[in-house]
Design a protein. Structure first.
Length: 81
């Protein structure tokens, strides 16, 4: 039982950390006043159509990729790098 509780706690901490990074990544991309962030690029391309859930899932995917090493969402300016 102790091992299962430990693994559950560890999994929840990892998910919470990825959620924090995802929200931070979205905030950085949205906060670019010059319109050069990744969020603005997605909206301009018509991929997201200003869908907040899609943007969150994309941000969460980016944060997961920081742990695994592969990603399709790239930084669009120096602040995002």
């Amino acid at each position: 039982v102790g091992l299962i509780a430990y693994m559950t706690k560890l999994t929840l901490v990892i998910i919470a950390t990825m959620h924090f990074f995802a929200c931070s990544w979205y905030g950085i991309g949205r906060g670019q006043e010059d319109g050069q962030g990744w969020v603005h690029a997605f909206e301009a391309s018509g991929v997201a159509d200003d869908d907040v859930f899609y943007m969150y899932v994309t941000s969460f995917h980016w944060s997961v990729c920081q742990f695994t090493g592969t990603m399709e969402v790239h930084p669009r300016n120096s602040f995002e790098r």
